[in-house]
Write a protein that binds this ligand. Structure first.
Ligand SMILES: [Zn+2]
Length: 151
C-alpha cells in the first residue's frame, strides 16, 4: 500500500513516529509533499532519513501571490534530488482566495512546464492540489502551452 500524499513535515508528531505507524499499518511507500521551499527541504530531509519515504515538491497555490512564488529556481534545484519523484502541491484553488487567480495560473504553468521537461525521466509525476477548482485545473492542464525554452 502506498500513501501518495502525506505532509510528514507539517504534523505535530515527529515524522519518525508517523512513518513507524504507517509501516505498522501496512504502508510500504510514502510520498510526502512539500508545500513551499522550506517545507520541500523538510520533506527531502524526511525522505533522506527513511528509505520508504519519497518527496513531491511544489508550492501551494495559496502562496502564488507571496514571495514564495519568486523562489522557483530553488524549487527547480531541489527537484534534482534523487528522492524527489514528483512535482506536487500544485493546481488552482478558487475556493479559499488566498492568492490571485492570475498568480496561481502563472505558478501552475511554471510547475507544469517543469513536469513536462522531466517527463522523459522515469518516475516523474504531477500531483494536483485537491480543491473546489478541479474543473479549472483540468482546463488549465488541457490548455497550457509549454514553450520549449521556458524552463
Ligand atoms: Zn497536500
Amino acid at each position: 500500500m502506498i500513501d501518495t500524499h502525506a505532509h510528514l513535515d507539517a504534523c505535530a508528531e515527529p515524522a519518525e513516529a508517523l512513518v513507524a505507524r504507517a509501516r505498522a499499518a501496512g504502508v510500504t511507500r510514502i510520498v510526502t509533499v512539500g508545500t513551499g521551499i522550506e517545507s520541500c527541504r523538510a520533506a527531502l530531509a524526511v525522505a533522506d532519513a527513511h528509505e520508504c519515504v519519497y518527496a513531491a515538491l511544489g508550492i501551494d497555490p495559496h502562496q502564488a501571490s507571496s514571495s514564495e512564488a519568486g523562489r522557483l529556481d530553488e524549487l527547480r534545484a531541489l527537484l534534482a534530488h534523487p528522492k524527489a519523484v514528483a512535482v506536487g502541491e500544485t493546481g488552482l484553488d478558487g475556493f479559499h482566495h488566498f492568492a490571485e487567480p492570475a498568480d496561481q495560473r502563472r505558478l501552475f504553468e511554471f510547475l507544469r512546464n517543469l513536469l513536462e521537461k522531466a517527463h522523459h525521466q522515469p518516475g516523474s509525476e504531477g500531483q494536483c492540489e485537491r480543491s473546489k477548482s478541479d474543473n479549472q485545473t483540468c482546463d488549465a492542464i488541457q490548455h497550457t502551452e509549454v514553450p520549449e525554452d521556458d524552463v
